[in-house]
Design a protein around this ligand. Sequence first.
Ligand code: IPM
Ligand code: MN
Length: 356
Amino acid sequence: MYNITVFPGDGIGVEVAEQAVKIIRKLGEVHHLVFEIKEELLGGASLDKHGVPITPEALKLAQKSDAVFLGAVGGPKWDNVEASKRPEKALLALRKGLEVFANLRPAKMYPELIDNSPLKKEIVSGVDLLIVRELVGGIYFGTPRGIESLDGKGEKAFNSEVYTTFEVERIARKAFELARRRRRKVTSVDKANILESSQLWRKVVTQVHQEFKDITLDHRYVDDCAMQLVRNPKQFDVIVTTNLFGDILSDESAMLTGSIGMLPSASLGNHHALYEPVHGSAPDIAGKDRGNPLASILSAAMMMEYSFNLHELAFSVEKAVEAVLKEGYRTTDIYQEGTNKVSCSKMGDLVAEKVK
Ligand code: IPM
Ligand code: MN
């Protein structure tokens, strides 16, 4: 039996999480496995009900489960609440509370969606890269941080980019291990020409590489990497980088593939794992059954793969998604003339029908 906590969260998080749950239940039926699913509030939904974006009980439930699924959090309704109560805080608290230090964000080009990419076909066809983003350190969590008054001369605001040897070692090791399942190439991205934290990053990644001589390692500065991603994305296999750089580069690589609505993620630690679509809560289309559930569904596939070692189930979900795309079904975000536009829940049904 597998225990899963689901946080639908806010906005389209709710409708896409429902489709992921649909797929997980279908997998359970077909393979005679018991997926015990418990739902909890998170983000704005939790703030409205409990006055905090995540309750200690919700975090405890997540910590006790075998895997956690999250839809998305946030929305304009909560844009003006005090910083400590913002829905995004729940996300950071959850990541930190689960100590899921490695955020895997694959960006894969589906041949059916090649016309959705803003880049030329020959540049993006065949793109298949994996960003491994450090998720519980760096400037997101570093101290000191704050805003101070400068006695009538305005204010001073500051954050700290902090990394320790231990933190870099574990994310580097994870990236090299993942590269072994792929094309055995790791690109480490930093800003070592300027930042001390990046100098340590580069040094430690280079040391850890000694344990992985079968993997090719190269280093790139983040500005160069941002450029290379649009110039020649096929050169990349695994990109390992810091929390902030990974946040930015993963949105950029999402766009290579045409829609952020297609991109799943897994956040792995030594004891817990969190699965979420890369996209946000899309308040503008929320509640209209118009979201793209494929990123969520593919995140559920990653759960099967990384948390439960159920490779066949993960594969079956990926194949089902490909088949539905091949048949021409599209949600609004990936719709093109000549294809068949379907709602979020319908897309979920179509994939569920094909899951073996
Ligand atoms: C992401 C998001 C989050 C992040 C925000 C919502 C806190 O942009 O998951 O990429 O910056 O990590
Ligand atoms: Mn982001």
